[in-house]
Design a protein around this ligand. Structure first.
Ligand SMILES: [Cu+2]
Length: 176
């Protein structure tokens, strides 16, 4: 209950000039910001869109194991190194606290990268480039990647996933 009732038909009194100015400014700014989101999505070279499909951890494990068996070329400290051909489906498994396998890719070739987690949410982040994707268990998170520059890239987990989160490091080699 208010202390005193407002005058009847208070809404009929014209808006003060300064208040009108602020309403116009705030409205214009919010419309601009709203339009900036789709505009920057298209022109800002942001992360590409991901495609999702349901896949259990067991199914994803099997697919990853098959992928490793097929294209394995070596091992680094117990983690298999896999060199798949261009345009193929490649798999990367996130688990507390590892990424496997190590991928050996060719520059300027495209790959369909399937990402999933065997336990909790993880974040797929590749250094030194600016890329960041959520890796969710129970889902096959598909990403089409085309590495353009040869080198050694480090995958880090960008979603806090437990006590060993900071040790969760993977690797991608890109050969020219
Ligand atoms: Cu993690």
């Amino acid at each position: 209950m208010s202390i005193s009732s407002p005058d009847r038909n208070w809404w009929d009194t014209p808006v003060h000039k300064e208040e009108r100015l602020w309403i116009i400014l705030a409205l214009t700014w919010s419309i601009l910001l709203t339009l900036a989101m789709p505009w920057w999505h298209v022109t800002g070279e942001q992360n590409t869109s991901q495609a999702y499909s349901k896949m259990t951890a067991v199914e994803f494990d099997k697919a990853t194991d098959r992928f490793i068996d097929k294209y394995k070329v070596g091992e680094e400290q117990g983690t298999p190194v896999v060199a798949p051909p261009a345009d193929s489906d490649i798999y990367l498994r996130a688990r507390q606290f590892s990424w496997d396998p190590i991928l050996k890719l060719k520059a300027n070739s495209s790959y369909k990268l399937h990402l999933s987690s065997g336990d909790v949410n993880h974040g797929f982040s590749v250094f030194p480039i600016n890329i960041n994707f959520e890796v969710v268990p129970g889902w096959d998170n598909l990403l089409v990647v085309t590495p353009t520059k040869a080198g050694e890239y480090t995958i880090i987990c960008n979603e806090f996933c437990g006590i060993g989160h900071h040790t969760m490091i993977g690797k991608i080699y890109v050969e020219s």
